[in-house]
Design a protein around this ligand. Sequence first.
Ligand code: TEU
Ligand code: CA
Length: 535
Amino acid sequence: MEKKIKWFNQAVVYQIYPLSFKDSNDDGIGDINGITSKLSYIKSLGVDVIWLSPVYQSPMKDNGYDISDYKKINPIFGNMNDLKNLIKNTHAKGMKIIMDLVINHTSDQHSWFKKSQQNDLAYRDYYIWRDEPTDVSSIFGGSAWTYCEKRKQYYFHLFAKEQPDLNWHNPKLRNELYQMINEWLSLGIDGFRLDVIDLIGKDVDDKKFANGPYLKKYLKELYTACFAGKDIMTVGEMPGISIERASELTNEHEPYLNMAFQFSHISLDEIKGQGKWALKDLDLIELKQTFNHVQQTFYKKGWNALFLSNHDQPRVLFRYGSKKYPQASAKMLATMIYGMQGTPFIYQGEEIGMTGIAFKDINNYQDIETKQIYDILIKKGFKHQDIMRSIHKKSRDNSRTPFQWDESTYGGFSRHKPWLQVNENYKSINAKNNIENENSVFHYYKKLLKLRKEHDVFTYGDFQILELDNPNHFSYYRTFEDEKYLVICSFSEKEQPFNFSHQKFRVLISNYNDIDFEYRQTIPPYYAGILKIGD
Ligand code: TEU
Ligand code: CA
């Protein structure tokens, strides 16, 4: 059966990390009015939907992914009127807006948790309490169980100890969440990104977490209570789920989610089984095999979100791009990912070629995971330099530095010293000079996103990989009806042979201006191009 395409299947989504996007009142912290002031910029890129990382009331232990009141706005970001104003202005520009929904856990400062700690009858089962801990580790390192003096029991947390996991087995809690979600929807927002939603079906005693036995049950209930019949989009963040399962949960005929962030391509620069801090170089063939598997599995069966970076991942340019060819590789990486089937997600700053950071002093890092892992590894006897090497590569702060708007102090993000240092390359990498230079990464993104919309093949076409075993380039065909397109992406700093066999073709976009395939059988360093095959 042919898929029915809805607006969100063709939309381009732009992720905003509010702390770091734009500061409107010069306190060094990005805020809602800052975002509103930059809507024209976002629109000019060709964006259809913005996704806001959390702006709810929070003690900010995990930068807002620790919510202490779902119904209030954190005053550092503004107030409810500012948010309503942002929603109104986003809609006025013809864009939509989705919010982050963090319902696997709350902050330990949430009133529910405070009451649960006191064994309050109505709330005692809102969280997961046991008399004895098990040997489960939290995703941020250390035990997933923390002892509570007040209640004389251990509570469960898959992230920081300040982020207790909600007990989804409690129907009263679930209903309270659904009510809150519906209140948000009634404000006129256009959907949600659901944080670690693959964890809500867990069985703690059986040690089944991601993709747990109750996942489908609770997702379906959530869908029925909140999403059914509404013209919204839902994208589930599911770091722990298989490609097959992610596709199944996003099949249009199933009552779960509209699309999935699945992470099969994310940990390919880690030593398998040793976690994110154990570094290894990317094996391009592995990356190709993974995306090939993803594209085949989702085709006509589910819907995938196309992303390479987000606020948890180091910027992909810094990770897989070339220091020698930063512009070419930024454009190449965008071509590689957005040439595929799925909904494109851009993480703020990718479109101007922002990079990562490498602070010498651990105290310059702000991320709770980074700080926590540093302490744990020091205690285990690792050397400062070795830990810092991993942190430089993988810390989440790599992607969280303030957005670089122009060459003025603090990159035009704020006139006050920002909460996290601005990358020192802001004078050469910023939005202003990207906009002024027509060969910039920004203009390439714009053209690429426009191209996707002009040709149905990008939405509907199938995916056929070329030379799977070639370690130098990642190239594939997209075919729809009688149209065939070839996407070529070099991952090499050298000129590479490319077996080009087509007589008739037209180059639709390329990161080199004049490559003539008629006269060469090679591609230049970090080449990217999309060719329409035939007349
Ligand atoms: O992230 C979920 C998650 O499991 C990972 O992306 C994880 O944060 C990362 O691999 C650790 O390096 C979501 C949010 O996106 C993240 O910011 C939050 O910290 C986390 O959930 C808890 O809410
Ligand atoms: Ca501010």
